[in-house]
Design a binder for this molecule. Structure first.
Ligand code: PEP
Length: 409
């Protein structure tokens, strides 16, 4: 009798053991949970909850990123610095998606390239911190590490590193992703709705510029519709989610073995990146993420050396697989033109073709007079320009942009 489904591939025990090899390595930026027992319960619960993303989607994203790495697509990755449980409302999620759709249409129109849309969303609930603790007026409490770990309010109760929050992060990610999938496949993302994405913020000069571009797109679409082109394919769009792979107690229990191939996928997001503070070659993050099939990003700050880049390629992309590895540079506007060329050159001759994208936010941080962490818009723009200049000079592709944004005015 013909088989209707493929048999499941049983995972090699060595693959599972390898996934846990990170436990013997130094792991930076991990919270000290208030209870080991509570942590075990949360990890157990996460390990049996359904995956948030699927292996087939992850594989498709890898193909898309391979296109961007060779200059045939552009990646737009953006979202909150850190998501919060309180902000996971329908309005706020819709506004963030809307902002990304608006930005992608401008990029598409300007570059005539497909734009891969990816949110820092549905999992971006943890942050690396410079210090483990924070002291205010003589009181010391654990630093806020994101809603997946503790609360923002400066009280002992709120700052408790509580593993139950890992499970809440999963459920909040699930409902965020559900809405994102509905918005991006249910007609909201239809290119014929470009005007609808621009409601509000009418006193912002960018609004008028966007409106005139939307009018041009409308005209082009009407012209092509009248010529018989079928635009039904434009009514939905692929949308991927990503987060920093920071907390092993979240990402490891959500790592599953794909029944088709017997290989592991982190199922808490399509794309996982390693932060500037956790990219040590012999550290736990690089080891763990070297063993999963997801496309992996690595942040590269201004102290990165050419040999670091070559070592990261060897460790994370030994097979030189198209779309596997993305370097996210965050040098700072004042340093990019000086520090980046040698990194781009270092890749030549390795046989790898990583995707290069720019994060013009994290190397340009300033603290405002009232204590807010911020960036100057001109610095952000200057780093983006520098990124394009360096690639142009090297003959390589500037393949995308990684930014922090909200859907607010
Ligand atoms: C981030 O992207 O949230 C972040 C902390 O970036 P980096 O690792 O580049 O500092």
């Amino acid at each position: 009798m013909a088989r209707v489904t493929e048999p499941s591939v049983v995972a090699d025990p060595k693959v599972i053991a390898g996934l846990d090899a990170y436990q013997a390595l130094p792991a930076a930026q991990q919270p000290t949970w208030y209870s080991q027992e509570a942590l075990e319960l949360s990890r157990k619960e996460l390990s049996v909850l359904p995956p948030l993303v699927f292996a087939g989607e992850v594989d498709r994203l890898r193909d898309r990123l391979a296109q961007a790495a060779s200059g045939n697509a552009f990646l737009l990755q953006g979202g909150d610095c850190a998501e919060t449980f309180a902000d996971a409302t329908a309005d706020r999620i819709r506004n963030r998606v809307k902002t990304l759709l608006q930005m992608s249409v401008v990029l598409m129109y300007g570059s005539s390239l497909p734009v891969i849309k990816m949110g820092r969303m549905a999992g971006q609930f943890a942050k690396p911190r410079s210090n483990n603790d924070e002291t205010r007026n003589g009181v010391t409490l654990p630093a806020y590490r994101g809603d997946a770990v503790n609360g923002y309010d400066f009280t002992a109760e709120s700052r408790l590193n509580d593993p139950k929050r890992l499970v809440q992060a999963y459920h909040t990610s699930a409902s965020t992703l559900n809405l994102v999938r509905a918005f991006t496949t249910g007609g909201f993302a239809d290119l014929r709705s470009v005007h609808d994405w621009n409601k509000g913020f009418t006193d912002n000069p960018a609004n008028a510029r966007y409106e005139s571009l939307a009018k041009e797109i409308d005209r082009a679409i009407s012209f092509m519709e009248s010529a018989g082109v079928n635009f039904d394919g434009l009514s939905s769009t692929e949308f991927y989610v990503s987060h920093e792979g920071l907390l092993f107690d979240y990402d490891r229990p959500l790592t599953r073995i794909d029944s088709r191939t017997g290989t592991p996928y982190v199922t808490s997001g399509h794309f996982i990146w390693i932060g500037e503070r956790t990219r040590q070659l012999d550290g736990a993050h690089v080891d763990f993420l070297s063993r999963v099939r997801n496309p992996i990003g690595v942040k590269l700050g201004p102290t990165t050396q050419p040999q670091d880049v070559r070592d990261l390629i060897e460790k994370l992309d030994p097979e030189r697989e198209p779309g596997r590895l993305t370097f996210i540079t965050r040098m700072g506007a004042g340093k990019i033109r000086e520090e980046m060329p040698k990194l781009v050159e270092a890749v030549k001759g390795t046989g790898a073709n990583p995707l290069w994208i720019t994060d013009p936010m994290h190397g340009n941080g300033i603290t405002t007079k009232n204590g807010y962490k911020s960036r100057r818009f001109d610095d952000v723009m200057d780093e983006v320009r520098g990124f394009f200049e360096v690639h142009k000079a090297a003959g390589t592709f500037p393949g995308g942009i990684h930014i922090e944004l909200t859907g607010d005015d």
